[in-house]
Design a protein around this ligand. Structure first.
Ligand code: HH2
Length: 262
């Protein structure tokens, strides 16, 4: 999954794809590099990020989504926690909703929209909001508690009628987690895969990689590659990354080592 942030303030690629033409060019490049899904986001989730009003989120997303639907055939995921943004993007041809709040922000409304459109639904674990999440890192056993909280999100989705086949889970690296907790999750991804839903992770260039490697954001690709390989070897199915071309090779190589058919 290739990341396309239509934001002025994303931690890694903020401000680069605000013009629809530049965004389309980037989208086409990621598809040529091997992306199977594009994830479009218009509200940064980095710690401390300010919320974006619904109209502004849609003004950033819809022109780019329309261009991508016109020119490319790749499924598009929308990274949003607002059910009305999700609805308008699904109407405009998006296929997946990526909810970093795991339905905790829009509640059952988001699940109902996903069900109505038969969309894929990524349920990511987080706590609080981007403004508060880094103060909510108290866990006694991080893996068990993240699993339990993801179970609540899965329960909300299925109770609203979302097909289990439509659900993807994501433990939310860096969201309400210290670097040590993100590493603990990475070490235990197999446990998440055993739940029976496809698992997705988004390690790309995140600060826990900076804490381990001592590298600044643009220089975290090898650190990202290590996370991607470790994830594929444990059964993770969707890798959300900025640098598609390099990570595609890491993924296919790790799959080959794992013994999956070429
Ligand atoms: N991480 C980010 C945003 N959305 N969605 C899922 N499912 N999993 C993730 O790990 C994830 C996500 C944060 O990364 P990025 O989009 O690069 O930055 P920003 O939130 O600043 O736009």
């Amino acid at each position: 999954m290739g990341i396309l942030n239509l934001t002025p303030d994303s931690f890694s690629d903020g401000g680069r794809y605000l013009e629809p033409e530049a965004a389309l060019k980037r989208a086409a490049q990621m598809v040529a590099d091997g992306a199977d899904i594009l994830d479009l986001g218009a509200e940064s989730t980095r710690p401390g990020a300010q919320p974006v009003p619904e109209t502004e989120e849609l003004e950033r997303l819809l022109p780019v989504l329309e261009k991508i639907r016109e020119k490319l055939t790749v499924p598009v995921s929308i990274d949003t926690t607002k059910s009305e943004v999700a609805r308008k993007c699904l109407e405009a041809g998006a296929a997946i909703i990526n909810d970093v709040s795991g339905l905790k922000r829009s509640g059952v409304a988001m699940a109902k929209v996903a069900r109505e459109f038969g969309a894929g639904l990524v349920l990511m674990h987080s706590r609080g909001t981007p403004e508060t999440m880094q103060t909510l890192t108290d866990y006694s056993v991080v893996v068990a508690e993240v699993l339990a909280e993801l179970h609540e999100s899965i329960g909300m989705a299925t109770a609203a009628g979302v097909d289990r086949e439509a659900i993807v889970i994501d433990p939310g690296l860096g969201f309400a987690k210290t670097a040590g907790q993100s590493l603990e999750i990475l070490r235990n991804l197999k446990v998440f895969c055993e739940l029976g839903f496809p698992v997705m992770i988004g390690p790309s260039r995140k600060s826990f990689i900076g804490q381990v490697t001592g590298r600044e954001t643009p220089e975290r690709e090898f650190g990202t590659a290590a996370c991607v390989a470790a994830a594929v070897l444990q059964g993770v199915r969707i890798l959300r990354v900025h640098e598609v071309k390099a990570m595609r090779d890491v993924i296919v190589m790790a799959e080959a080592i794992r013994g999956l058919p070429l």
